[in-house]
Design a protein around this ligand. Structure first.
Ligand code: ADP
Length: 332
């Protein structure tokens, strides 16, 4: 479905290469992940697929077309076959949910009755029928991404590009959106390319993965192989992170703490209480539950942000939970 043949991309004159001699192919009907750190070239790679960027060397072939050789009309037609969703959703804030989803169909000049019916069908598919007349600002992040997905599907594409589509979402919502994306792949046979900096996303949904480092593919293969036997240093690092090791340097917003619950505290609904009374939001970065002889204990690594973080830490301690600050060191 998609082939990169020795693709290079350099921005501007004499700039360094964002991508260097990348060759890879994505089969029809598979979920292909591209993982890499910030600046590795992931966005550049995905934007070459729908012609938002043009290569400075090599060729990108999508569904039989050499993307760089397409004219304006050809590109338009290609973009109807290749939908895209974004980290920050890119919804039109002045339009309702239904209008956002209908937008690509209106652009394509489809008749009004067809547009309306198709928008309703798409909203049902992503579970947003009840929210059709709301504006994006009235939706949660997960709901906004569902709108993004419905809009991307409007023109019945063969390929869906996902640009860090769950990076702005909390872990639970991430799981729901990843389930939705997997379902689209299975039920519609949609080919999916997703870029991410999280191995967990790759582990949950991808068939194959390419690891990108400084513009080069350093490793590529079925997810099981890359996960169980990572060869490159960078792939090993991503796998370690997905296995629960969290570093404060991983670009996580907020104060990173490890909570240790023992004995009675293990069973108290402490997290919810603290979040409600202090207004602190938490992202769960890692966690495990074990027993020390007869004593159950749990450890959770959280990023705390917003609200009164100091009060939250004090309240955890008052509830018998041990709090270790991890900012600046490696958490295990
Ligand atoms: P990633 O998505 O993995 O963070 P990008 O593809 O955004 O990586 O960026 C790869 C490299 O190309 C970076 O060094 C970035 O600064 C550079 N780059 C990306 N877009 C542009 C642009 N429009 N102009 C100049 N340099 C760019």
């Amino acid at each position: 479905m998609i082939t990169f043949q020795d693709v290079s991309k350099t921005y501007g004159l004499g700039g360094h290469a964002a991508l260097s001699e990348v060759s890879l192919s994505v089969k029809a009907g598979e979920v292909f992940g591209v993982i890499g750190a910030s600046g590795a070239g992931k966005s550049t790679l995905i934007r070459l697929i729908n012609g938002l960027e043009t290569p400075t060397g090599g060729k990108v072939i999508v569904d039989g077309d050499d993307v760089a050789a397409l004219g304006v009309e050809g590109l338009r037609a290609l973009r109807r076959r290749v939908g895209m969703i974004f980290q920050h959703f890119n919804l039109l804030s002045g339009k309702t949910v239904a209008q956002n989803v209908a937008f690509p169909l209106k652009l394509a000049g489809r008749p009004a009755t067809e547009v309306k019916a198709r928008a309703a069908e798409l909203l049902a598919r992503v579970g947003l029928t009840a929210h059709a007349d709301k504006y994006p600002a009235q939706l949660s992040g997960g709901q906004k991404q569902r709108v993004g997905i419905a809009r991307a599907l409007a023109t019945n594409p063969k390929v869906l590009l996902c640009d860090e589509a769950t990076s702005a979402l909390d872990p639970e919502t991430t799981e729901q959106i990843l389930d939705l994306i997997s379902g689209l792949n299975r039920e519609l046979g949609l080919t999916i390319v997703l870029i991410t900096h999280e191995m967990d996303v790759v582990r949950r949904v991808c068939d194959r993965v390419a690891v990108l480092d400084a513009g080069r593919v350093v490793e590529e293969g079925p997810v099981e192989d890359v996960f169980l036997h990572p060869e490159s240093a960078i792939a090993r690092r991503f796998v370690r992170e997905a296995d629960g090791e969290v570093t404060a340097a991983a670009g996580v917003a907020g104060r990173v703490v490890r909570l240790t619950f023992r004995g009675e505290a293990t069973y108290k609904p402490v997290l919810g209480e603290v979040a409600r009374t202090t207004g602190v939001d938490y992202s769960i970065l890692g966690g495990r539950i074990h027993r020390l002889r007869e004593t159950p204990y749990g450890q959770l690594t959280l990023a705390l942000a917003g609200g009164d973080v100091a009060a939250a830490i004090a309240q955890f301690q008052a509830s018998g939970v041990r709090v270790d600050e991890l900012s600046g060191e490696t958490a295990r």
